[in-house]
Ligand binder design. Structure first.
Ligand code: HEC
Length: 495
């Protein structure tokens, strides 16, 4: 009898061991390239139970089977069986044997001062207008290019950290640009001297950064660990780590951080707790003001005065407008198509300020009146978009079809007339190749579109005639950021 039980025991053990091996193998073969060998994240987010609280298991099964719209997360139903997917779901909800730690000590130890702060010359090494430069992020081979925005000629190309994310941010004078990589590295680059001057690893899996309006502080928001990290902007040395724990004691990822210069504050939304935090950056102790909100905010932006925050949950059909002064919700906004508010822009339409956002699920741009919070129009576009841009000096707003699953609409840019809210033109920079992300020159006269391929390009258009004037080869140019438009917070660009 004993011997029999022993054999059963061994058999069960080995079945478990086999199952364990095969889920490990599937994870390594199909998931690790993006989510990290140890599940700590990479191009995709960290997959750990503390980061998956909002994702119910059936949703996880669906995500792995069908993929996620408008992201690199493809479906695996054609490669993995149902049981294999269920086993992967069990696997990603399992805690790691050793909890990953990235706190004060690790951040301080990671800090690199390449060049002593303030030791380099205060004059650019080049003659191009330093305010009309573009920083082009090329994710294809993890490089960035500094581009002369008058001549459209590259000035300098340099390697970045792996997988930059969330758009670089400039110092208020436009001299420095700060990058964040998905694996938590924050880099400070001196554009005048074309040199990376300092770096620090602020987290394991980072969402994005903001630079304070006074240029003194950088704030990083993390997915892992659940924290905000305040850094000195001059050399990226650590000021403080703020664990992101809600009023109810629940720990949370950070959805995104932005600076609100007119308010003198940073604003951060939490992802797993229904709270928005405002942190005045002028105060030495960086006190946190918590604002409770009705729903999760995965994405948000501000009205031009920075009095209101407009945010939405990814799975919700309604957005919220929150008055940051009173901390109250002032309106619910109809946003049924999964808006990408991080790319929202504003302009005046018939005497009213309006905001416009592309939607990840629907081929429409939602135009909302920011005094009544009513929808003015849903403008039909070629495909669901991701980025949207305009400029004070152009009559047009441009959006892409980047979120479309259909290659036949991913190559199209829809150009919208801001005065009539009608589609003025559809452009296909390189037919059959994905087009995305527009940015304007400082004067608004030219629009630069990314062809998002390894053998991609920047295609430059005359923004008035909509004629192509130049093409520059680039390696998956994920975005390009004009110094002047960013530091003046142009209404046509996200900030
Ligand atoms: C090519 C890169 C890539 C690969 C390969 C990949 N993923 Fe993802 N995955 C992503 C990205 C990017 C996201 C975030 C999508 C978004 O924007 O919501 C994601 C999201 C997810 C989510 C949702 C997380 C959340 O918090 O909502 C789960 C679960 C997931 N992936 C599991 C897997 C599993 C399991 C595999 C392997 C079978 C896998 N992924 C393979 C890139 C990838």
């Amino acid at each position: 009898m004993r011997r029999f039980l022993f054999f059963v025991g061994v058999a069960v053990l080995s079945i478990n061991a086999l199952a364990e091996q095969s889920v490990q193998k599937n994870y390594t073969d199909y998931c690790a390239s993006c989510h990290g060998a140890d599940r700590l994240g990479g191009a995709g987010p960290a997959l750990l139970p503390e980061n998956l609280e909002r994702l119910r298991r059936p949703e996880a099964v669906k995500t792995i089977s069908e993929g996620r719209i408008a992201s690199q997360m493809a479906g695996f139903a054609d490669k993995l069986g149902k049981d294999e997917i269920l086993a992967l779901v069990d696997f990603i909800y399992r805690p790691l044997p050793v909890a990953p730690v990235w706190g004060t000590d690790e951040i301080i130890t990671s800090h690199i001062r390449h060049v002593p702060a303030g030791s380099l010359p205060d004059k650019p090494l080049f003659s191009a207008d330093p305010l009309n430069l573009f920083v082009v992020v090329e994710v294809g081979d993890h490089h960035a290019t500094i581009l002369d925005g008058d001549k459209f000629e590259p000035i300098y190309r340099f390697p970045t950290r792996f997988a930059l994310h969330g758009g670089p941010k400039f110092s208020p004078d436009g001299r420095y640009v700060f990058f964040a990589s998905r694996d938590g590295w924050i880099s400070k680059f001196d554009i005048y001297n074309l040199k990376t001057v300092a770096e620090v690893r602020a987290g394991i899996n980072t969402r994005n950064i903001a630079v304070s309006g006074d240029g003194k502080t950088v704030l990083a928001g993390n997915y892992l660990p659940h924290s905000l990290v305040l850094l000195n902007a001059d050399d990226l040395s650590l000021i403080r780590v703020i664990p992101t724990v809600g009023l109810d004691g629940k720990s949370s990822r950070v959805s995104a951080v932005y600076q609100a210069e007119p308010r003198g504050s940073f604003v951060a939304a939490l992802k797993d707790v229904k709270e928005v935090w405002e942190i005045p950056y002028g105060a030495t102790d960086f006190p946190v003001r918590r604002i409770a909100v009705d729903d999760y905010l995965d994405d948000f932006f501000f009205d031009p005065s920075y009095r209101h925050l407009i945010g939405a949950a990814r799975d919700g059909r309604k957005g919220q407008a929150i008055d940051l002064d009173s901390g109250r919700k002032v309106a619910q906004i109809d946003l049924p198509g999964m808006p990408h508010l991080g790319s929202g822009i504003t302009w005046e339409y018939q005497g009213h300020p309006v905001m416009a956002t592309p939607n990840l699920k629907e081929p429409v741009v939602s135009v909302i009146d920011m005094t009544t919070w009513q929808t003015v129009k849903q403008i039909k576009t070629i495909g669901p978009g991701f980025f949207m841009r305009s400029h004070e000096n152009t009559p047009y707003a441009w959006t892409d079809g980047f979120s479309s699953g259909d290659p036949a609409s991913r190559d199209a840019m829809t150009v919208i007339d801001k005065g009539t809210l009608e589609v003025a033109r559809v452009l296909r920079p390189i037919p059959g190749k994905t087009a995305a992300h527009v940015e304007f020159t400082r004067d608004g006269k030219y629009a630069l579109v990314s062809v998002w391929e390894k053998d991609g390009a920047l295609v430059i258009y005359d923004a008035a005639t909509l004629r192509e004037i130049k093409r520059l080869p680039m390696n998956k140019p994920s975005g390009k950021y004009n110094v002047f438009n960013k530091i003046t917070r142009s209404a046509g660009t996200s900030h």
